[in-house]
Ligand binder design. Structure first.
Ligand SMILES: [Zn+2]
Length: 271
């Protein structure tokens, strides 16, 4: 065995020992049953590992990963994972999480052909070509890639919501929530891009993916930004239009407008 693999096994021993010392029952609990509340559908990229970015232990998130987190409704792998997660594990949340700088998305918009992966990425490359005018109007290649990484998530949540597995669960009244998130490798933060879907009605009311492309970027919120907005929104609003906390507060005259003003101030571009 190579030296490198020996090191991996050694690290495993250290990891297991540390776990056991911190929580003597950890492996006994793991051996009995897994009971994750979440299914994560993410990219195979080695920098975006579900347990790490969510801060969760083994047993807390069920995971499916593939190149560019694509949901193919003919892919027995993802459908099997999805069915098991929904029907056996009874997860409550399914998170489609892409990431900025995704190599799979970059390949899809590159126009390159001839590899198996191009078949896999075909839904993305087709969408990109269909809306060439929208992407062509963007200022540079980085903007096009960032935007396509975001659009990919919207697309995959829609495809997920259209599977009979999800549809049947909703039809039976199951509480099952679909989420679209994006991870930024440069700061380690997840951002909630949407859409959020919890029923067939919500799915059917969602604008098409083509409309989503045409409408342009949505506001991707990190948890930190959402907390900041919530805190400022709860503060009194100044009557002279200065927004919450501008002068100690003259009374809450227009909380919604104040919250919107703060939202504008703290809005950050995802990249
Ligand atoms: Zn990726």
């Amino acid at each position: 065995m190579s030296r490198t693999l020996d090191q991996l096994l050694d690290r495993n021993v250290v990891w297991a020992d540390n776990k056991r010392r911190a929580d003597p029952d950890f492996f006994r609990r793991m051996a009995e049953q897994q009971s994750p509340h979440y299914l994560w559908i993410g990219c195979s990229d080695s920098r975006v590992t579900a347990n790490d970015v969510l801060g969760l232990d083994p047993g807390e998130v069920f995971v499916h990963r593939n190149i560019a987190n694509v949901v193919h409704t003919s892919d027995l792998n993802i459908l099997s994972v999805l069915e098991f997660a929904v029907e056996a594990l009874k997860v409550e949340h399914v998170i489609v999480c892409g990431h900025y700088g995704c190599g799979g998305v970059r390949r899809a918009i590159s126009g390159e052909r001839g590899a198996i992966v191009d078949h896999w990425l075909q839904p993305l490359s087709m969408l990109y070509r269909k809306h060439a005018a929208v992407f062509g109007a963007m200022e540079n290649e980085q903007k096009r890639l960032d935007r396509m990484c975001e659009i990919n998530i919207g697309m995959q949540v829609r495809r997920l919501a259209a599977t009979p597995i999800i549809e049947n669960a909703w039809a039976r009244g199951r509480k099952l929530h679909l989420h679209g998130w994006i991870y930024a490798i440069h700061d380690g933060l997840l951002r909630d891009l949407g859409p959020h879907l919890s029923s067939i009605e919500e799915r059917d009311a969602l604008p098409s993916i083509d409309q989503y492309v045409i409408d342009g970027p949505t506001d991707a919120q990190s948890a930190a930004m959402r907390q900041a907005v919530a805190v400022f929104a709860a503060m009194p609003v100044c009557e002279d239009g200065g927004g919450p906390a501008c002068c100690g507060g003259h009374g809450a005259v227009d909380e919604a407008a104040g919250a919107a003003a703060v939202r504008e101030k703290v809005r950050v571009k995802a990249r």
